[in-house]
Write a protein that binds this ligand. Structure first.
Ligand SMILES: Nc1nc2c(ncn2[C@@H]2O[C@H](COP(=O)(O)OP(=O)(O)O)[C@@H](O)[C@H]2O)c(=O)[nH]1
Ligand SMILES: [Mg+2]
Length: 199
């Protein structure tokens, strides 16, 4: 089969190895996001992770890219966030991750990590995780901990994220969309939200 004809921009991109950095609160589901997408594996055990790097083929939607490096900057086992600024500085896009059933993890992501992306002028995609855990809740505490999509979109707009996307590493719902959104943001494709557009 003849090689696919690429646009001039795609030819340039084809030589690039994009770097995606995943940051967010401990146990919000960062490592599971990557292992589900890259290795098709989901484990219900929590193993703390600290600064793990994976080199993988690009998602099908951006198959012309040479490769993608994913950096899982875990805050595992109470470790400090000392790797975060270094990793963000060297990346093409920040995946700002939180769990949609843990409002505190959204606030953690937005108030603790979003500024690194702003400091180094990196595009951000806000990524909601564990969507399979949404559903009828017994207690008021559980119900108020849940984050619905439009709330997350407001936060995404406030921090100037290019998109809000959500998925489940467990059911794989929305998983491919998350990785496509990361590629779009890394390549500077049109942001959906203007900065402060959610006010
Ligand atoms: N039900 C469900 N559990 C998840 C999902 N993603 C992660 N988990 C669980 O949440 C816990 C923390 O996940 P992990 O990926 O290690 O979080 P990290 O600390 O952010 O890397 C583990 O017990 C995972 O099995 C998901 O999409 N659905
Ligand atoms: Mg981890």
């Amino acid at each position: 089969m003849a090689p696919k004809q690429l646009t001039a921009q795609q030819e340039l991109d084809a030589k690039r190895n994009l770097v995606v950095v995943v940051v967010g609160a401990s146990q919000c589901g960062k490592s599971s996001l990557l292992t589900s997408q890259l290795f098709n594996v989901f484990s219900s055990f929590y193993a703390p992770t600290l600064d793990q790097v994976f080199l993988a083929p690009a998602p099908a939607s951006h198959a012309h890219l040479a490769a993608v490096t994913y950096v899982d900057v875990g805050a595992g086992a109470g470790a400090s966030d000392r790797f975060v600024p270094l990793r963000v500085q060297g990346c093409d896009v920040v995946a700002l991750a939180f769990s949609v059933v843990d409002r505190a993890s959204l606030e953690h992501a937005v108030f603790r990590y979003a500024h690194y992306a702003a400091d180094y002028r990196k595009p951000v995609v806000l990524v909601g995780l564990k969507t399979d855990l949404r559903g009828p809740r017994e207690s008021l505490a559980e119900r108020t901990a849940e984050v619905i999509a439009w709330e997350a979109e407001r936060y995404a707009a406030r921090i100037g994220a290019t998109e809000y996307v959500e998925c489940s590493a467990f059911s794989e719902d929305g998983l491919a969309d998350v990785f496509e959104a990361l590629m779009r943001a890394a390549l500077g494709e049109q942001p959906r939200f203007a900065k402060d557009g959610g006010k």
